[in-house]
Ligand binder design. Structure first.
Ligand code: PLP
Length: 406
């Protein structure tokens, strides 16, 4: 697969106000007009290159949006103040009261809670399905369904969605396919596989420094303009706007995304293979034993590997907590939610990022309380990291010499 995504990003060249190598940051919430008529036209959305008010749009946010559209291969993109700001705006833009959503059942806990609990206020209902079962997805579609929603690689179970097949289904029923691609930037380009709208939490790999929250909606010009409409746009009216200073720092960090993704994937694959050899219950889409391995291979850009996330089931919450605390003490990473940082992050999703999902549903989807989600960092010596992690597991009896206890 050619690497247009990264090349497109590399070719975006902006000059700052004084010829700087980074674009100038727009340090204003509001913008002047020489003519009152131009101000009116801008309100009506009829002027190109004019800015009105930074909740609507700002030069720094447009630069970042352009870079994200370049990697996702969409016409354009709107950046938002968080991933949830992107997800909620898209859903509320597409759904009216009493409408219906078909969603993967393994998605980020916040998205799940929004669909299951918050949307009740509007009478919007969601059928949560096994997204890898295309027949089940189709059976859940009703005349009220306004979208199929999934994550390309799901949080936290790392299920892989067959985006081409889902897109075919969505098109057959005349509804959009919305894909959250937070776990697999550059590895998967959902829009090129047929997704209509692609969302990211930029908070994760794309920014990569765990210093802010941000999000993006990548899509057609028409949809992104509709989100910004002053009378009816969910982006404009719900007001989840990214600050220009942050947009500018995320854009700079994005310049190294291609190198970081390769290293995250290389390190995660090494650990996953070693853990599997040790007989541990490891889930990683790059392992042949992973149920979505072939689907991912079919739709990925192999240059970026199988991603930086893996899960390890160590049997019980007690084991999980003890291991995470010990690994943090040994400076192997942080016991923290989130992902895509240069240090390894680990957390137990059942009691953190997926705790919004009721226990019986967690069990049904295979989310055991001994499950640890690892976002593998950019460690320079991953062999040493592995040896140190293994030593922790031996010390805690999670792993016994030659016998596995989990
Ligand atoms: N989508 C996925 C897959 C996530 O993991 C998260 C957060 O963990 C979000 C969306 C929400 O993003 P944010 O925290 O930036 O609002």
């Amino acid at each position: 697969m050619s690497d247009n995504a990264s090349n497109n990003l590399q070719d975006l060249q902006y000059f700052g106000e004084y010829g700087g190598v980074n674009p100038s940051i727009s340090d204003s919430s509001t913008y002047t007009f020489i003519s009152a008529k131009t101000m009116f036209d801008t309100f009506e959305g009829n002027t190109e290159g004019c800015y009105l008010y930074s909740r609507h749009s700002s030069p720094s946010n447009l630069y970042l949006g352009e870079a994200l559209a370049a990697i996702e291969g969409t016409e354009t993109a709107n950046v938002t103040a968080s991933g949830m700001g992107a997800i909620t705006a898209v859903i509320l833009q597409l759904c009216d009261t009493t409408d219906h959503i078909v969603s993967s059942r393994t998605i980020y806990g916040g998205t799940y809670a929004f669909m299951k609990n918050f949307l009740k206020k509007f009478g919007i209902t969601t059928s949560f399905v096994d997204i890898t079962d295309i027949d089940a997805v189709e059976k859940s579609i009703t005349p009220k369904t306004k979208m199929i929603y999934c994550e390309s690689v799901s949080n936290p179970l790392l299920e892989v969605a067959d985006i081409k097949a889902l897109s075919k289904l969505a098109k057959k029923h005349g509804i959009p396919l919305v894909v959250d691609n937070t776990f697999s930037p550059l590895t998967i380009a959902p829009a090129k596989l047929g997704a209509d709208i692609v969302i990211h939490s930029l908070t994760k790999f794309i920014n990569g420094t765990s210093d802010c929250v941000a999000g993006v909606v990548c899509g057609t010009k028409d949809f992104c303009l509709a989100l910004k409409d002053v009378n009816s746009g969910a982006g404009m009216l719900l007001g989840s706007t990214l600050d220009s200073l942050r947009a500018s720092s995320i854009l700079k960090n994005m310049r190294t995304l291609h190198i970081r993704m390769q290293k995250h994937s290389e390190n995660a694959k090494y650990l996953a293979e070693k853990f599997e050899e040790d007989g541990l219950r490891v889930v990683y889409p790059g392992l042949q034993s992973h149920s979505g391995h072939e689907t991912l291979k079919k739709q990925m850009n192999s240059k970026y590997g199988f991603g930086g996330l893996l899960t390890l089931d160590v049997g019980s919450l007690e084991n999980a907590n003890a291991l995470m605390e010990m690994m943090q003490d040994q400076k192997l990473g942080y016991l923290a939610v989130s992902l895509g940082f240069y240090k390894t992050l680990f957390s137990a999703p059942g009691t953190s990022t997926s705790s919004e999902i009721p226990m019986e549903e967690q069990i049904e989807m295979g989310l055991g309380d001994g499950l640890i989600r690892f976002s593998i960092g950019l460690d320079n010596d991953i062999k040493r990291t592995y040896e140190m992690m293994k030593a922790c597991m031996l010390q805690l009896n999670i792993l016994k010499k030659n016998t596995i206890t989990v």
